[in-house]
Write a protein that binds this ligand. Structure first.
Ligand code: ZN
Length: 309
C-alpha cells in the first residue's frame, strides 16, 4: 500500500484534532409517503407486512414505487408476505445507541420474508451473537400500540425450534418364572444360575433353557458373589444408581459361570478399573433387601491378584 506524501507529512499534527457533531431534527421531519410506501405503513399499523408486485412478477419488500432492476413503475398490486422470514446476513451490535430499537445487544439483519423476492433490514433480538446464522428463521415482534412506522415491528425474534421437555415413564415389570427365581436368590444374597445338561455351560442369571442347545434346563446352581471383570466402560453421565461420576459399568464373570453379567463397579477410582480385576458384590444391609437387583450396590475390588482371562 502506498501512502500519499502529504498525508504522511501532516498526520503528526492533525491526527489528534477531533470535533463531534450531531445532525438532528429534534421535532422530526414531516414527509408524505406516496401511495406505495403509504400502503406498506398502513398495513404495518394493522399488523401485516405487504410487498408490491413488479411487472415481471417479483415481490418487493419493502415496496418501492419503481422496480430497481428495470426502472419500470411497479404494478400497484400488493400481496401479504411473511410474517416469518429467513436471515440472510447480519451485523451484531454490541453497544446499542440511544436511537436503536433495542437497549441490549442485537443484530441488524437482512431478512428475506416468506413470499418476498427482496430483503428487508430490521433488528433481530437473538440474545447472543452466537445464535445468529444464515438461514435463521425469525418472526416479527409487534408493538402493541402501532402508528404506521417501520418501528411498529419492535424487532424480529428467532422462531421456536427447540424446547426442553421432561421425560418420565412409569411401568411395571412382571418377571417370568426364570427371572422370578433369580430374584428370589438375590433377595437372600445369592446369585442363582443354572447348568445346561447338554453343553454343561453355567448361566447366570438363572434361565429355563440353554440359548446354545435349546434344551430345557433343570439344574440350579448357586454361585459365589465373587468374579472377574472381563470388559468395562467408563461412564461420564450421572446415573442415580452409580456412586459418582465418572463411574464404571462392567461385564463380570462370576466364579463358576460361563457367561458374564453386567453390573456397576464401585469403591475404586474409574481409572484403576481393569480387565482381569477380581471383584466381590457389595450388598445392601439385609434389612433393606427386596427381590430386586438394587440389593447389589456394585462390585468392589477384592484386592486379590488379577485373574488370567
Ligand atoms: Zn447347552
Amino acid at each position: 500500500m502506498t501512502v500519499p506524501s502529504e498525508v504522511t507529512a501532516s498526520s503528526g499534527s492533525t491526527e489528534d484534532l477531533v470535533a463531534d457533531h450531531v445532525l438532528e431534527f429534534p421535532g422530526g421531519y414531516t414527509r408524505t409517503t406516496g401511495p406505495v410506501i403509504g400502503r406498506f405503513l398502513t398495513e404495518l399499523r394493522d399488523g401485516r407486512i405487504v410487498g408490491v408486485r413488479t411487472a415481471d412478477g417479483r415481490t418487493l419488500v419493502p415496496p418501492l414505487e419503481y422496480d430497481p432492476q428495470t426502472g419500470e413503475a411497479v404494478t400497484g398490486e400488493f400481496t401479504e408476505v411473511g410474517p416469518a422470514g429467513t436471515v440472510e446476513s447480519w451485523s451484531w451490535v454490541n453497544e446499542p445507541r440511544a436511537a436503536h430499537p433495542l437497549d441490549r445487544p442485537f443484530a441488524w439483519a437482512l431478512i428475506r420474508l416468506d413470499g418476498a423476492d427482496t430483503s428487508l433490514v430490521h433488528a433481530v433480538d437473538a440474545g447472543d451473537a452466537r445464535a445468529m446464522r444464515p438461514g435463521l428463521r425469525v418472526r416479527p415482534r409487534w408493538k402493541t400500540s402501532r402508528s404506521g412506522h417501520i418501528t411498529d415491528i419492535e424487532s424480529f425474534v428467532p422462531e421456536v425450534t427447540k424446547i426442553v421437555s421432561p421425560v418420565r415413564m412409569e411401568y411395571r415389570v412382571r418377571p417370568g418364572r426364570a427371572l422370578a427365581r433369580f430374584l428370589e436368590g438375590v433377595a437372600r444374597g445369592v446369585f442363582l444360575g443354572c447348568r445346561c445338561g447338554s453343553c454343561h455351560k453355567v448361566y447366570v442369571p438363572y434361565r429355563l433353557s440353554c440359548p446354545q442347545c435349546g434344551v430345557a434346563i433343570s439344574e440350579e446352581v448357586e454361585l459365589p458373589d465373587t468374579g472377574t471383570i472381563t470388559t468395562f466402560a467408563i461412564n461420564n453421565l450421572p446415573d442415580p444408581r452409580a456412586p459418582q461420576v465418572p463411574f464404571v459399568s462392567a461385564y463380570i464373570l462370576l466364579d463358576g459361570s460361563d457367561i458374564p453379567m453386567i453390573a456397576l463397579v464401585g469403591d475404586v477410582p474409574a481409572h484403576e478399573v481393569r480387565q482381569g480385576m477380581r471383584v466381590r458384590a457389595v450388598w445392601v444391609p439385609e434389612e433393606e433387601r427386596t427381590a430386586s437387583m438394587s440389593n447389589i450396590k456394585w462390585f468392589a475390588p477384592t484386592g486379590e491378584p488379577d485373574a488370567e482371562l
